[in-house]
Design a protein. Sequence first.
Length: 157
Amino acid sequence: MHKLPALLVTTAALALGLAACGGSSSSSTSSTQSSSATSSAPASSTTSSAATSASAPSGAPSSSLTQAADPSGALKFTKASLTAKAGTVTIAFTNASPLAHNLTIQQGTSGPTIGATPTFSGGTKTLTVKLKPGTYTFFCSVPGHRMAGMQGTLTVQ
């Protein structure tokens, strides 16, 4: 008789706990973001939960990159720099760290955010963005992680 209320309380507590682990990122596994019309940054990005490559229109350049959080739990990425061709860029971000992380891309070092994966632990999420030639910063937006050194440079040629 008392199993149903106990199950409901347990489920609600679990849902609250999972929602609190989301950091400053959206908890959805698929989203579309747009930068403002006054920015010279590309206008769209898409995140997804599967590590699939994006299909670009024929003739459009595309790059597929990989990045990972340090699996030991250190607040750093396994690569400090990435290089891609201008156009559609897909980054498969793996997080085998015991901490939740995300991969966020920003124009320059203090410009607008171009796109981000959800904050997660365990597995791989992909981020697909359209980028013009230039220098971008990738970082983890979980509070304190970027300041601790979890960032790097993405050069688009």
